[in-house]
Design a protein around this ligand. Structure first.
Ligand SMILES: [Fe+2]
Ligand SMILES: [Fe+2]
Length: 252
């Protein structure tokens, strides 16, 4: 009887060991699978983001909110692709033009007390342009064919208004930044109407840039933009030019 019990106990122990080893094997597979999933998901992220995730060891927590693209979702149909390319092309052209305007202003007022004010706004424009350069390359979007024109026209506008003094440069800033802010607002409205969930990242970026442009607009007003002689005429002429530039840059 004891022998049977002993044998039974032995058999039981052996079976338990088998079950335990099987259980361990299954757990190992699950852990391996989870790591693979995390690794795949992390590889879709921008390098800086993945590094951060690895450092924080929080990959599993954020897996559900990750998308396999940086800002612009892959186009599902030609119509959407055309719409997104139009948005990116004109925004890139606008930021490029803004950079050239500040370069022109700096060429004239770079040795005056206004330099830090212009430099601060220009630095932000450089960041905007760098971002759009990245997005255009990433999504194979052709920039507008009119970049050489915006190069000269932007610089000339910045320099000539700066020749009117600090107030002239600031009036130009107010006019241009107001136009760009309105343009970004119309894009935000269009994307919100189309599909806010699909364009979350793009919307977030445009809103952030729009806020920067509004800040530049306010900086212009705070620095006596309205004091320049013929302020309203100058502003309206510049804004008419901006509208034309936006219209053409979307299409060419
Ligand atoms: Fe900008
Ligand atoms: Fe700006």
């Amino acid at each position: 009887m004891d022998g049977v019990l002993r044998n039974g106990r032995r058999r039981l122990t052996f079976r338990t060991c088998l079950e335990l080893s099987h259980l361990l094997y299954v757990m190992q597979r699950i852990v391996k699978h989870r790591l693979l999933v995390q690794e795949c998901t992390i590889s879709f992220l921008a390098p800086s983001t993945s590094r951060q995730l690895c450092l924080n060891n929080t990959a599993a927590v954020v897996v559900s909110s990750i998308r396999p693209y940086s800002v612009v979702p892959p186009s599902s149909d030609p119509e959407e692709k055309a719409m997104l390319h139009r948005i990116l092309r004109v925004d890139h052209a606008g930021e490029y033009g803004a950079n050239r305007i500040y370069a022109g202003q700096m060429a004239v007022l770079g040795r005056t007390q206004t330099r830090p004010v212009i430099q601060e706004m220009w630095d932000q424009e450089k960041k905007h342009l760098t971002k759009f350069n990245e997005i255009l390359a990433e999504n194979r979007v052709r920039p507008t064919a009119l970049l050489p024109l915006w190069n000269i026209a932007g610089y000339a506008l910045g320099a000539t208004t700066a020749l009117l003094g600090k107030e002239g440069a600031m009036a130009c800033t107010v006019a241009v930044e107001e136009s760009i802010s309105e343009h970004y607002n119309s894009q935000i409205r269009a994307l919100m109407e189309a599909d806010p969930d699909r364009y979350t990242e793009l919307l977030q970026m445009i809103k952030e840039f729009r806020d920067d442009e509004m800040e530049h607009h306010d900086t212009g007003l705070e620095n006596d933009a309205e004091s320049v002689p013929g302020y309203w005429l100058l502003k309206n002429v510049i804004q008419a030019g901006c509208k034309a530039a936006i219209y053409v840059s979307e299409r060419v």
